[in-house]
Design a protein around this ligand. Sequence first.
Ligand code: SF4
Length: 304
Amino acid sequence: MIISIDQNSGFCFGVTSAISAAERELRAGALCCLGDIVHNGQEVSRLESLGLQTIDYDDLRTLPPHSRVLLRAHGEPPSTYWIARQRGIEIIDATCPVVKKLQDRIRACYETHKNDEPLPPQIVIYGKPGHAEVIGLQGQTNNTAIVIESADQLDRLDFTRPIYLFSQTTKSIEGFNALVEAIQSQISNLKSQIVLEAHDTICRNVANRVARLQDFARQQDLVLFVGGTKSSNARVLYNHCLEANPNTLFIASPDELEEKLPPLHSPLSTLHSQPSTLKVGICGATSTPLWLMEKVRDKLSLIP
Ligand code: SF4
């Protein structure tokens, strides 16, 4: 068996710098993180073993003054900063600069157009409702932005009012383009004269991975995609992998190997490219730590 790890998989710079900030600040004293620092249970556990305490919004409202709270790469709505100020909480802001820039753009769009007459605008976010980044983006519009996940939800838009469309950073470019096309065709079907401003704000750190990931997947007999079950980026990239190689398995940890792995050494196995070798590739999402992919490799190499 030849096992290789995809060199392009693993943390993006936004997640890497949030984790570095957590490690650095933990050396200086007690530290809480608002929500899981990354959508990967194993990495969260590793940082918790160093002392990081994961808290939720209810906890934030009851923290004593001078507590230190790290804001993760996904970013937060203005209300979080307001609560922290009211309670005298120290914020360590690890919002990814790409997300920060998107928040600023959405806020500027909202402030510029919120009083437009006679047609008040609609700010639309192509994203996953309830996702931490999306909550932060909606917050820039006083929670007036409409979140839609696909073209099936166009009935939520009013085609008599201008539409300003943005995207959650980790959505797929194809999905965004399909949505823009569907909105444009609805506008033209209704012979509407409204403005559609579509801003492709997908992070290229994620989008550029797809082609490389698919190349890697095609070269393997079997692909093990390692990702957190809560990560939307992991689901998106896993599906791209599966498209390139149907022999792709999603696993959250090395412990799932025995349960999910097909028979690797059976002479009847359909996985083998050649009778004597089986190429197994390990890859992951932007929230998958390299050490976790290495653990999968090490455990796999012990399987008889
Ligand atoms: S995927 Fe892009 S926007 Fe999201 S945290 Fe990583 S670098 Fe930042």
